[in-house]
Design a protein around this ligand. Sequence first.
Ligand code: PBG
Length: 351
Amino acid sequence: MATVFSPLAGGVAVPAAERGAASASARFPAVRLRRLRRSPAMRALVRETHLHPSQFILPLFVRPGVGIRNPVTSMPGCAQTSVDQCVVDAQAAAAAGVGGVILFGIPDQKDAVGTGAYDAHGPVAEAVRAIKAAVPGLLVVTDVCLCEYTDHGHCGLLDGADVDNDATLELLAREAVMHAEAGADIIAPSDMMDGRVGAIRAALDAAGFSHIPIMSYAAKYSSAFYGPFREAAESTPSFGDRRSYQMDPANGDEALREVAQDVAEGADIIMVKPAGAYLDIIRRVKDATGMPVAAYQVSGEYAMLHAAAERGWLDLERAMLESLVAIRRAGADIILTYFAVAAARALAAAR
Ligand code: PBG
């Protein structure tokens, strides 16, 4: 029997003998995708992806002192704060329903070996203790890296102009244990040294912290989108760049190898960073591992939307929520974002 492609049956191949019946019951395409878009309730009914503030993590920059709030000019709404002010921000995040915060430290003194990174009385350790005391239900994640603490701004110890991978591991492990001792709920290494998840896992276990999870910045790209963060964290490298340890933006298969390595070394949550320009990587990592996947919507992504909105070139709230839902749709469970509180409030207002 001859069959023809019939737009009258929504594009389904219809046997020639049945063509008359099909056209009688459906004079125009039987499939009209617009039917499910006609009202807010109908759209909500069939929505596939949802944003939950409990899966947002807000980055905070902590520095020594009291009563300090230094705005970061390239990141409207973000500031370097002292511990007391950081607690205020953490309380606001918790009140908005945000799941957690991730802390970055800015020490007063920097040196070649990043001594401030493992100072048990540095701003990060003090902030962990203060936030856990004030808002115990809010998850406190700590970023483990040396770049905020080294005078050269690289993420590890230098050997000449090279970053010495293996010598750096021991310092990262010390930093991680110090954070766990302060009360951190999750340890997040962002340095991209090989073997650091295993080294940190072993050190945490040996110190009695086998229950503390590691959220590994597993596929972290050498990205231009970190520019504003480096102003916020005062961590721009004094020479060269991070391409000898962070990933080449051109590579996707390599991201899966980085991820597999971190999973084998004991990572509990896998992070892709940045997010918006790497949605394909998020999807591949989720499909390949089935692990909890986090994505970091980085400073440059945040700054771009704010800059365009300031010029009246786009609607900030809509662009914010669209960028976040796209990251979720790509496969991320958790989103680290400077929009965490604004997005949580927008979602609550829309309900
Ligand atoms: C530290 C670190 C960076 C970011 C998170 N952790 C900067 C970098 O690698 O240069 C970037 C975050 C952002 O841009 O929002 N290693």
